[in-house]
Design a protein around this ligand. Structure first.
Ligand code: ZN
Length: 129
């Protein structure tokens, strides 16, 4: 098992939202490291992507959970997203559905949640289970 406390983010590939997600998660969950699974428009990919695409994301999450002992998965969506160019309201609906997808994986997690990164690049917790 790797040393340190790990969490897992399923985040957009967008360079503007990497550090905000990492910094928020490290502070919120007292983590040493955040494993980053990135997809363009990750909230859409996990909530309503093709089966194969969701399975690939799940396989990456499993590595983080099994090899690094992560017990926290956070799905992030953000304003001005080129990978999922919809309204903030639609993003938030995608994020809530994405939480349901991750819960359906039945991983040994303590926390599954969704966060919204607003136009000021600040994190708004949306739904934490
Ligand atoms: Zn994006």
């Amino acid at each position: 098992m790797a040393h340190g406390k790990f969490g897992t983010a399923i985040n957009c590939m967008d360079g503007r939202v990497q550090l905000p997600v990492i910094e928020w998660m490290k502070k919120q969950y007292k983590l040493d490291y955040v494993d980053m699974i990135t997809e363009p428009g990750a909230d859409k990919a996990v909530s309503c992507g093709w089966y194969e695409r969701i399975e690939e994301i799940k396989a990456k999450a499993l590595i983080s959970v099994n090899a690094h002992g992560s017990r926290t998965i956070i799905i992030a969506g953000h304003d001005d997203c080129a990978g999922n160019p919809v309204t903030p309201e639609q993003h938030k609906a995608n994020l809530r559905d994405a939480v349901k997808t991750v819960l359906s994986w039945n991983l040994p997690l303590e926390t599954v949640g969704a966060i919204w990164i607003n136009k000021d690049w600040r994190v708004e917790p949306l739904e934490i289970k």
